[in-house]
Design a protein around this ligand. Structure first.
Ligand SMILES: [Zn+2]
Ligand SMILES: [Zn+2]
Length: 328
């Protein structure tokens, strides 16, 4: 399903094409896509809100399937391995960020389904060293939706540094927050959710939260850490007011309107405020293993690959139940 020219998804900009099998370059593999989840970033790329770096482009950056061909320099023992491919398509491996274990911040990184053709296809090419090994027993369609917002949520959770007995606040409660809630509860943390909407608060309590309140409500105890998911600056200040001394607030948002002025005392006593950007391969590997072990349940809505336009239309209208997954 190839994007010839960005357009409103109602104009069905993705065209079903029968293309020759892709050929892996050195260090690359071909994956037979079994499932590819649909992300909001795909919608932005397809509609041109985020300019594609390839024309034409096959979108998709949450793909899972077995390796069916290997390029030069990749061992034949890789054939048949089940792997996942996420947004991080490659990094330079040499810059300061890469050498410090912060490859998520590499300025020369390439991204799947943006700089490189992605998973809206029955076959795709990926760098062998950027394929995430799939834990045994994990189904491609359950794993695919974890490969973007799920891994970034995990990174945000990891950056909070919370451990058993700590209190973690989650501001906003979508799919990524639900995943973090399950991870934190599994690790023995107490989770406090602040979000609009009774449905979301009910889902939070069902997901194992100890308390759920509306925006503007303060959790009953000071928190060791909080993650904000809402792209709203005032929520960041609210979270900061709820963390204890030495507490940390991780902002899980690519865009934020602006953070309003706030008194310095909200930051004093060694509180920290930091953003989260993309993820590393380590984050991906750890999350998949954890998700399989806990196990994390994902709610998915299956679509055939040919229906990629329809899946994007449903995503745009907030009609998707859980995560939309394309099955070639
Ligand atoms: Zn780099
Ligand atoms: Zn994504």
């Amino acid at each position: 399903m190839r994007l010839e020219r960005p357009a409103d998804v109602d104009e069905a900009p993705l065209a079903a094409l029968d293309l020759p099998d892709p050929v892996p370059g050195p260090g690359e593999v071909v994956i037979e896509t079994r499932a590819c989840a649909v992300c909001r970033t795909d919608l932005q790329i397809v509609e041109g809100d985020l300019e594609a770096h390839l024309h034409p482009l096959i979108p998709g950056h949450q793909a899972v399937g077995p390796i069916v061909a290997v390029g030069a320099g990749v061992g034949a023992d890789q054939l048949g391995r089940m792997v996942g491919v996420g947004w991080l398509g490659s990094t330079c491996g040499q810059c300061d960020m890469c050498r410090r274990g912060l490859e998520n911040l590499c300025r020369a990184a390439t991204f799947t389904g943006w700089d490189r053709d992605g998973g809206y296809a029955s076959r795709m090419v990926a760098r062998a060293d950027f394929c995430h090994p799939m834990p045994a027993g994990m189904s491609p369609e359950d794993a695919a939706p974890l490969l973007c917002g799920g891994i970034i949520g995990y990174r945000a959770y990891r950056l909070t540094g919370v451990t058993r007995g700590d209190r973690l606040g989650l501001y906003g409660f979508g799919a990524s927050a639900l995943l973090v809630c399950q991870l934190a509860v599994h690790a023995g943390c107490e989770v406090y959710v602040v979000t609009r909407g009774q449905d979301a608060r009910r889902r939070a309590m069902e997901g194992g939260a100890s308390w759920a309140g509306d925006l503007g409500e303060r959790p009953p105890w000071p928190l060791q850490a909080a993650i904000t998911f809402a792209p709203v600056g005032s929520v960041v200040v609210e979270a900061l007011e709820s963390v204890d001394r030495a507490g940390v607030v991780v902002v899980n948002a690519i865009h934020l309107d602006r953070i309003p002025d706030f008194p310095y005392r909200h930051l004093y006593w060694e509180r920290r405020l930091l953003s989260v950007a993309n993820f590393t391969r380590r984050d991906g590997r750890e999350l998949l293993e954890l998700a399989n072990r806990i196990p994390i349940r994902t709610v998915i809505e299956r679509h055939s690959l040919d229906d990629a336009n329809l899946a994007l239309q449903r995503l745009k209208r907030d009609q998707v139940q859980g995560a939309a997954v394309l099955i070639p």
